[in-house]
Design a protein around this ligand. Structure first.
Ligand code: NAP
Length: 278
């Protein structure tokens, strides 16, 4: 059941194309309802991102998420970016501050919050290794450096892609030239590739015996238990999947729009239920 909409109801939403797949409306509307907040969160199937952003001001929308294919394309239409969003080069959250549109990115912050909450890990001074240098890796590596990580190694089968991340924070994000050596000196190893899902569901992004029991493995795939996660569970290596990254990017956006802490447990529960029924 939707929240009761009146003339006073404030609007939140998500811009994307396609948009039917998005988990955000279910997660946010549940939180709004549980807190009895007079807001509604609407999915918008957007054809023209410039016009859609203008409509935020024209229609007094409080805030929106932005998803595929507009996370980068939306940037020229915003008034200001947070440092994180600027460095990442992508926006997933817009906050309407009395007609002034701030673009933010909560993907990497969600990744960090999940790590802190679940495994009580403090990012400061830690070394990370990330497989994949796509959109998710970019958000994660920037957020890690901004949270004072010591170093972030990145490896992509397309060398150009991992090399290009080095320019964001020189000497902090490093394109790995020697996977074995760099994994060995990393505290946390991350899979930010699609390996472990869909047609690659039985594959490993790297040889799992490179990991040791003092390390943590974090797979940001959220819709299944990947072979890497199974390996870690069977070999007593601490691990985390991507569900809470997805959850906390939403939790952080919610807070930025409303200044209110949302009900995290209920949001997690509905995410899990929704994923089961996919
Ligand atoms: P993306 O932009 O396609 O990036 C993935 C990168 O990994 C690509 O550059 C890809 O190269 C590279 N790659 C593929 N196989 C590799 C290998 N064996 N070793 C190293 N690099 C490899 O995708 P994305 O948007 O960053 O998403 C990546 C994964 O994260 C997806 O599985 C997605 O579902 C998940 N994700 C989770 C969350 C969450 O909230 N938990 C959020 C965002 C994304 P090619 O393009 O050449 O194949």
């Amino acid at each position: 059941m939707l929240n009761k909409i009146t003339g006073k109801t404030k609007i939140l939403g998500v811009f994307g194309n396609p948009i039917e797949h998005s988990f955000s409306p279910i997660m946010h509307n549940l939180a709004l309802k549980e807190l009895n907040l007079d807001y509604v969160y609407v999915p918008f199937l957007v054809d023209d991102i410039g016009l859609a952003v203008k409509s935020i001001k024209a229609m007094n929308i409080t805030g929106v998420n932005v998803t595929i294919p507009y996370k980068q394309k939306v940037i020229p239409f915003l008034d200001e970016l947070t440092l994180g969003a600027e460095k990442i080069g992508a926006v997933n959250t817009i906050i309407n501050k009395n007609g002034y549109l701030l673009g933010d990115n909560t993907d990497g912050l969600g990744f960090i919050k999940a790590l802190e909450e679940n495994l009580k890990i403090n990012i400061k001074g830690k070394t990370f290794f990330i497989f994949g240098a796509g959109g998710a890796s970019r958000a994660i590596s920037v957020s890690l450096v901004l949270s004072k990580a010591e170093k972030v190694f990145v490896y992509d089968i397309d060398k150009e892609k991992s090399k290009s991340l080095e320019n964001i924070f020189t000497n902090k994000i490093i394109s790995s030239e020697n996977i074995e050596k760099d994994i060995k000196i990393s505290d946390i190893v991350i899979n930010a590739t699609p390996i472990g899902m869909s047609e690659k569901k039985d594959e490993f992004p790297f040889s799992p015996d490179l990991l040791n029991k003092n390390q943590v493995f974090y797979d940001i795939i959220y819709n299944r238990k990947t072979p890497m996660i199974k390996y870690c569970e069977e070999n007593n290596i601490k691990s985390l999947n991507g569900l809470d990254m997805l959850l906390y990017q939403g939790v952080i956006s919610f807070y930025k729009w409303t200044n209110i802490e949302p009900p995290v447990e209920s949001m997690r529960k509905i995410l899990i239920e929704t994923l089961k029924n996919k």
